[in-house]
Design a protein around this ligand. Sequence first.
Ligand SMILES: C[S@@+](CC[C@H](N)C(=O)[O-])C[C@H]1O[C@@H](n2cnc3c(N)ncnc32)[C@H](O)[C@@H]1O
Length: 361
Amino acid sequence: MSENLDNKYSFKRYDLADDKTLKAWSAADEYILETFDGLESKPDHLAIYNDRFGFLACYLHSVIPTMIITNKSQEKTIDRNLKANDLPMPHFANPLSVLDNKIDIAFVKIPKSLGLFQLFLEHITQNSTDDITVFCGFMTRYFTPNLLQIAQEYFEVVEQSRAQKKARLLILKKKKETVKKDMITSLTYKEQEYRQYQGVFSAEHIDYATQFFLDHLEVKETDQCILDLASGNGVIGNEIFKKFPEAEIHLMDDSFLAVSSAELNIQGEHIHHHFNNDLSIFEDDTFDLIVTNPPFHFEYEINIQITLGLFRGCYKCLKVGGSLQVVANKHLYYKVHLERLFTTVQVLAVAKKFVVYKCAK
Ligand SMILES: C[S@@+](CC[C@H](N)C(=O)[O-])C[C@H]1O[C@@H](n2cnc3c(N)ncnc32)[C@H](O)[C@@H]1O
C-alpha cells in the first residue's frame, strides 16, 4: 500500500518549505495506516492527534475521525488538503475540549514535546471508552525511555511494535483509573507567576532570549496599539501591559495551547487574544509596535520561511513610523532579510547568542 501513497491523494505542506526533501508525512504515518487496515473491527469513534498536514485525515476520511487540532496552521492545512482531494470534512476538536463521543481507538503521531504527549494521553483517558486502544507512531531515532514512562502513567499495557522503515508504534491498552489533571505548569519571572499548558514553548523557565529581549526592547508612551506576535504564554505582552496598562495589546499564536495559556496570564479590557498563524486578520497600518521572539523550530525541523512570511505580514500591519522589534539567535542572520523589507534596521542589543533588532517602517 505504502508504495502508492504518493499517487492516491495530493498533499501540500502549509509552510511551502524551500527544502523539497521535507515531506508531508513519514513512515510512522504509513505504519499507523497499515495498522488501521489490519484492525479486526473498525472503530466507532476514532480520534487522531498531531496529524500535522492532514495525511491521516485524508486516508481515514471514511470513518469521519475527530481531528485533535493543536495549531491553526494544522487546521487550515487539513482543511485545504481535504478540499483539494474532494474529501468530506472530519470533526475538529482541541486537546482541552470534552468530546461528544467517547473514542475507542486513538492514533497519535508522537510530538517532540513530551509535555504535549502527556497532555494528549490525559485527553484520551478522559474522553475514551474503557477498552480504548492507542497506537502512537514515531521514528525510532526520536525514541526516549521517557515515552514509556509517560505511557505507563496512563495504561497498564505498553507494548512496542517491531520497527518498519525506521518507524515504530507504541501500543497502549487497559487504561488506568487516573485523577483528572489540569496539565498546567507554573514559572516565575521577576516575581510574576506565569502559567502554561504542557507542550507550550519553554516549560522550565522563561526563555533566555525572551528575558534578554525584555531587558532591551523599547516601548514608548505613544505606542497605543501593540502586537505580541508568536506570543506563547503571553509573557512579552504582559510585561509591556504592566508598564503601559492603557495600551491596546493584541497577542497572537499558532498554538491553541499557547493562546489558552496567554489567556490565563493576561486579561483586560484592551487585551485581545488571537489563535492564528498569519497577520491577514489585521488591517494594514494597524500597529505602532510589534514585538516578537519568532519561531524557527517546527517539531524536529528548522525552517525560517514561516518567520520570513510573518515579517512580511508585520511590514503591512505596521503604521508608518511604527517599529517591529525582534529577538533572535544570532546565527539566523535575520538582518539581511529585514533590511530588504524595512526602511532601517538597528541593532538594539547583542549578547553571545542573541540579538535584538528594531526595524522601522
Ligand atoms: C520562540 S516561541 C516564543 C513564545 C513567547 N513569545 C516567549 O517569548 O516565550 C515562538 C512561538 O511561535 C509560535 N508560532 C509558530 N508558528 C507561528 C505562526 N505562524 N504564527 C504565530 N505564532 C507561531 C509557537 O507556537 C511559539 O509559541
